[in-house]
Design a protein around this ligand. Sequence first.
Ligand code: FES
Length: 104
Amino acid sequence: MSDWVRVCDLDSLKPGELMDFDIDDKKILLVNIKNTIYATDRICTHAYADLSMGFLNEEEKSVTCPLHMSAFNLNDGRPLNLPAEEPLTVYKTKIDNNSVFILV
Ligand code: FES
């Protein structure tokens, strides 16, 4: 069963910023691009790297892994280049009353 979980105030995740958030055993990456919030798993699918330490490309809507530089599409989680081959899990998000929620 999925539930909406409040993760932060929108004010604390500014446009162009990455944020990490843990829910139980899930490690989540949150990204704000022009006040659209994206949420994916935070650990790279290639090896163990934390994507909140990665590089955001706002035009491409992707985040690049800091370890071996695979980029992942934030809309659907698919890798855009090797060495990663498996997609990240993506989560629905919503903003309500200045609070950011994700569906997990
Ligand atoms: S750990 Fe992310 S591309 Fe290798």
